[in-house]
Design a protein. Structure first.
Length: 378
């Protein structure tokens, strides 16, 4: 569908439904719009509350901001007016008048990936009781969208920003540095943090996952990943390091498509088609590992007797799968909790940043039932 302006006429062509082009008279459309009935309702203001409660606007403001400093009768009158008028305070005006907006900006690459459930829960567990609002935007694993999301969030005057990832664009880094607020980059480590960095070495974790399979005697070890974002690439580098150390051949299947459980089965099929001798597979995350596990069950491939499967992230469902999924546990809740506590200390506590600006929380390898010793030497 597209619109083309032709003088005072507008040509509208909806090619999606194969409709012929039609002309609309712009002048008539404008006049028609101007004569439309207007909604006479307006936003209720603090003055309206004060009038209803029979107090001054200054008094009404004091009641709402510091209710403990006024009498019970006065508080009841203003509260009653607020309820009757359904008054919502203008938080933007308050934000412009004070550096304490009570807002924390958070950018994550996905709102559907279960990895970020614990992460966001930790932020709410810390910030909400402290009186903060947690504002979340989704970057969809795209650097350009993250840059726009950061600009949008900074326009909301947050007191701090928390980012999942460290590979922001130069423009985004510049915007964050000039904002003059605490910035915490999480989920991975970087040698050049914008401000504070809390995470783990994704490369070392990927190496540990692949090394686990090699240590079990597997020599034909494959790797699947999706999407191919910065953290996936670092895990892949860890896998390739292990492959090199054991003199093995890299066996890879990946896609830029969003990660789903069914995609794990598709990538496993691609991997086995190209390398039928694979006996171990390192999956870039647990969703892919679960998809690979289900595909094995459909094909009658025994796990781990015929194929060992290693995941990453330790989602809650991974321990409940059958067989239970071996994986790398990432301290997502702890990571977000530490980020929130540091921000509270800076914005509402001593104002001091931590002595260590780079905090590596590490990872944990969990060997469950989906990985086992290789049955034959390769």
């Amino acid at each position: 569908m597209f619109f083309i302006l032709d003088g005072w006429n507008l040509l509208y062509d909806d090619s999606a439904v194969n409709c012929p082009g039609r002309y609309f008279d712009i002048k008539k459309m404008i006049v028609g719009y101007m004569t439309l009935p207007r909604n006479k309702s307006r936003r209720v203001t603090l003055d309206d509350v004060a009038t209803r409660a029979r107090v001054s606007a200054v008094t009404a403001s004091r009641v709402l901001r510091k209710p403990e400093m006024v009498s019970a009768d006065l508080r009841a009158r203003v509260d009653s007016a607020v309820r009757e008028l359904a008054y919502i305070p203008n938080q933007l005006a308050s934000a412009l008048a004070s550096s304490h907006t009570g807002r924390i900006g958070v950018i994550v690459p996905s709102l559907t990936n279960g990895v970020f459930g614990d992460y966001l829960r930790a932020l709410h567990d810390v910030f909400v009781p402290a009186g903060f609002q947690v504002l979340v935007l989704n970057s969809h694993y795209l650097a350009g969208r993250e840059e726009k999301a950061i600009a949008t969030m900074l326009g909301q005057f947050p007191e701090a920003m928390i980012l999942a990832g460290v590979d922001q664009t130069m423009q985004a880094r510049k915007s964050l540095q000039q904002a003059g607020i605490p910035v915490v980059q999480t989920m991975e480590m970087t040698d050049d943090p914008i401000d504070i960095n809390i995470g783990l070495s994704q490369r070392e974790a990927g190496y540990a996952a692949a090394r686990h399979l090699f240590d079990l005697g597997h020599r034909h070890v494959g790797q699947i990943s999706a999407p191919h974002d910065a953290r996936s690439r670092q895990r892949l580098e860890g896998y390739l390091q292990a492959v090199s150390e054991f003199g093995a051949t890299p066996m890879l299947a990946s896609t830029e498509d969003p990660c789903t459980v069914p995609l794990g089965g598709e990538l496993l099929t691609e991997l086995l088609t190209r390398w039928p001798k694979v006996t171990g597979i390192f999956c870039g995350n647990d969703n892919l590992a679960l998809g690979a596990l289900f595909e094995c069950q459909r094909r009658g491939i025994r796990v781990p007797q015929d194929l060992s499967i290693m995941g990453f992230n330790d989602l809650e469902v991974s321990a409940c799968a059958f067989p239970s999924l071996s994986t790398i546990a990432v301290p997502r809740y702890e990571m977000a909790r530490r980020a929130a506590e540091i921000i509270l200390e800076i914005t509402r506590g001593t104002g001091n940043r931590p002595k260590e600006r780079q905090i590596d929380l590490g990872f944990r390898l969990i060997a469950r039932e989906s990985t086992g010793k290789a049955q034959t030497s390769a």
